[in-house]
Ligand binder design. Structure first.
Ligand SMILES: [Zn+2]
Length: 766
């Protein structure tokens, strides 16, 4: 999936830390973590390898992978698994298909949608074929459909609810509009679609239609497909309506992997799980300890295009939609209710179905039990040229390259693991079940995970990840040329980040908050940061649940056909990446990151960027709190929140340890002859640091999420709420939660600081 991880809220405050001036426009920095004696050989191997990926090969992989619709668990999906496994074996990887038995729903009949009032009118839900694009006419495509949605018929007056966020429903209440027994019409965007369903069903709606507004990814953004890259009026955004911010994975096995004999929740063929008005829901809740209505959809939902939505919106009266609710259709939006009344029917069938991960390895020569992971999902809602085909094509090209590098004599120090995940679109199912099954092994072995999803929807590099990997990816990006500009990928990325910082940073040139012991506050400056990871792709189980340092790297652009039948090979050739140059560039970047991470004598992690990022996350919380204080009828002086200083002190303490570790690692990188036992102990210590951020009991109300720094927002689903326990207390206005959230977070930061100190001690030893 990975449509959006950008938080809509606050821009990070800036601060001065790691001599940012040296980062732009200089010579590429040398790869970090290599002793002088191994650096020369690495440079030769890397230069040779990065010449291997080609646009022609990437195009070939994409053409094959997008040949037919291949949603999770279908025969076409299994064919892509076999294809990927066989290529990897050809290239010298050991590769196996690892199946799981998971609960998935498929449409059992096409959905229907009809206006009953003010006049009867059948609304068309089919995506129209386009001449010169034979894939767009493929009759095997799922119709308009939500993964993990339920069967049912809903009739009633329509209410327009903007993005379907809690604040949108609150605004409706303010207008005196109750959505109880109504059908909610809301647009895609801002939050994960499953949470729109949750918000609507909590308020008593009978059904929900989620449409793609042309103001978000249609004609108001540019020409629509086939003339341009944006969404045509019949295009439907399929997708999962799982409640992703509570926990991902197979919803019928919330407590473990979906392997034979797994303890599975009783499920229902039409509704996923039994519903209130059926016998058995009480028994189900008793047996599972779950609240049915808070766990899974209870009302039917459908995605629709803006052609159909237009017919409904033009028949809504009532108040004009509040400010910011007007979309791109040429009509004044009203909230209703009515006079439009409609009937929607959804037919879907749940079954336990087989899915197929492909797991492949290139063994490490020195540290075979330390993994450098690359992952990408393979299942698609339809053809999935961008999502996820571009990612599979680019990562396969990277795997071909690494296999070739080994044949050419490259000996990775660590084992490289490639994972082609299945059923990501339903809710990160394949990666979550695998990570749960092999949790102990992942915990012992995984040093980092590079996640790719939609690798190419345009030319603009987008990098997210934990801050300890920033210097690794920036250094790698510095070594790869952007074929369009002729500059390094790093320079283009830094320029874009700096422009965003200039435009968004609040004006705080010196901030006394962070000064200690009478020192003068340092002026703030630009510090490049990787985007904070929330959820919406397969890094989630690794980072949020198991504490594995993760990256998410791809190229973005003008892309309006997400999860529709038009996300196909013809779209990519016409608009996304006509020459497949970006696919090849992506493969080169992945190869560079992986060869450095798998080859370096010392894991190429740096922790000062982590301390910098934590400071900016605390500043985000301060800003959020200050904005809440401004909302109060009689604004009081902004005193932050309870425990703020404790939290900030923990960040500063971590920063001091990080500085010592980074200096020791830099010094070590200038020497040869480190003892093998020292390197082993140091690498083990470095690999464990991220685990120290895990909260033993997880987050309140969603214990599967264990990371103290990274989790998807409870009400966003995709976008990250850094320092989630504290953020949630402030965001949901529950100050009493701060009494536990701040100490738990502070203790996790202290554990991480101690882990950093252990690594620094090892690095400084002779
Ligand atoms: Zn995806």
């Amino acid at each position: 999936m990975r449509k959006s991880r950008r938080p809509l809220v606050l821009a990070a405050l800036s601060l001065l830390a790691t001599a940012p001036g040296r980062l732009l426009g200089d010579e590429p920095p040398p790869p970090i973590g290599f002793a002088p004696a191994s650096l020369a050989a690495h440079r030769v191997a890397e230069a040779r390898a990065t010449a291997v990926p080609t646009p022609v090969q990437a195009r070939r992989w994409l053409r094959t992978l997008t040949a037919e619709p291949h949603p999770a668990g279908t025969p076409a999906d299994e064919r892509t698994a076999t294809f990927v496994r066989d290529r990897l074996r050809e290239w010298g990887w050991s590769a196996e298909i690892v199946p799981y038995e998971v609960l998935l729903n498929y449409p059992s009949a096409p959905p229907t949608l009809a206006l009953d009032r003010p006049e009867p009118l059948d609304l068309d839900l089919e995506e129209k074929p386009i001449a010169d694009d034979k894939d767009s006419a493929n009759s095997a495509a799922f119709p308009a459909f939500h993964g993990y949605g339920i069967s049912g018929t809903a009739s009633g007056q329509v209410v327009y609810a903007n993005y379907g966020r809690p604040e949108d429903f609150k605004a409706l209440e303010g207008l005196g509009i109750d959505v109880r027994d109504k059908v909610v019409l809301c647009r895609y965007g801002a939050i994960f679609r499953g949470l729109k369903v949750l918000n609507a069903q909590r308020r008593g709606a009978k059904g929900i239609l989620i449409y793609s507004d042309p103001g978000d990814d249609g004609f108001a953004k540019g020409d629509v497909y086939p003339d341009g890259p944006f969404r045509p009026e019949s295009a439907v955004q399929r997708g999962s309506v799982l409640f992703l911010s509570l926990s991902p994975g197979d919803p019928s096995t919330p407590h473990g992997p979906s392997i034979p004999g797994a303890d599975r929740l009783p499920f229902d063929a039409r509704f996923g799980f039994p519903l209130q008005w059926e016998e058995g829901v009480e028994t189900w809740e008793k047996k599972t300890g779950l609240k049915r209505a808070e766990y899974f959809a209870t009302i039917p939902s459908l995605p629709i295009g803006y052609g159909a939505a237009n017919e409904i919106l033009t028949r809504l009266a009532g108040a004009n939609a509040p400010g910011g609710w007007q979309g791109g259709l040429p009509v004044s939006y009203h909230v209703g209710p009515g006079p439009a009344e409609l009937t929607m029917t959804v037919s879907t069938e749940y079954k336990v179905r087989t899915i197929w991960n492909v797991i492949a390895k290139l063994p490490g020569a020195v540290e075979p039990d330390r993994w450098v992971m690359l992952g990408n999902h393979r299942d698609a809602w339809v053809h999935g040229a961008v999502d996820p085909g571009s990612g599979t094509a680019a990562t396969l090209e990277a795997c071909r390259t690494l296999g070739q590098a080994v044949k050419d004599g490259w000996k990775p120090r660590r084992t490289v693991v490639y994972a082609s995940w299945d059923a990501e679109e339903y809710g990160l199912v394949g990666s979550t079940e695998w990570a749960e099954q092999f949790a102990d092994e992942v915990d012992r072995k995984a040093a980092l995970m590079l996640n790719v999803d939609s690798a190419v929807s345009g030319p603009d590099l987008d990098m997210g990840g934990v801050p300890s990997l920033r210097d690794l990816v920036l250094g790698s990006a510095a070594a790869v040329t952007d074929p369009r500009s002729g500059r390094s990928l790093r320079d283009g990325w830094l320029e874009a980040r700096r422009a965003a910082w200039v435009g968004s940073s609040p004006l705080v040139l010196t901030d006394p908050f962070w000064a200690r012991d009478g020192e003068a506050p340092a002026p703030s400056g630009f510090v490049p940061q990787l985007a904070a990871l929330g959820s919406g792709s397969d890094y989630t189980a690794f980072l949020d649940h198991l504490g594995v340092p993760a990256l998410d790297v791809g190229f973005e652009g003008r892309y309006g056909v997400y999860h529709s039948i038009y996300d196909d090979f013809a779209w990519m050739e016409k608009h996304g990446d006509p020459e497949f140059l970006t696919h090849a560039t992506a493969a080169k970047l992945y190869v560079t990151i992986l060869m450095r991470a798998a080859g370096a004598d010392v894991l190429p992690f740096r922790f000062t960027p982590y301390a910098d990022a934590l400071r900016s996350y605390v500043d985000d919380l301060r800003l959020l709190r200050a904005r809440q204080a401004r909302k109060a009828p009689a604004p009081t002086a902004d005193e932050g929140f309870e425990g703020l200083t404790t939290l900030a002190d923990a960040v500063l303490a971590l920063g001091a340890e990080a500085k010592r570790l980074d200096e020791a690692l830099d010094a070590l990188g200038k020497q040869d002859g480190a003892r093998p036992e020292k390197l082993e102990a140091l690498n083990e210590a470095l690999a464990r640091i991220e685990r120290a951020f895990l909260l033993p009991d997880g987050l309140a109300g969603r214990p599967w999420f264990k990371h103290a720094v990274y989790a998807p927002g409870l009400t966003t689903g995709y976008a990250c709420w850094p320092l989630p326990a504290v953020r949630e207390a402030i965001e949901t206005d529950k100050p009493e939660q701060l009494k536990t959230a701040v100490p738990a977070t502070t203790q996790a930061l202290a554990r991480a600081a101690a882990a950093i100190r252990r690594a620094a001690d090892l690095a400084a030893q002779p």
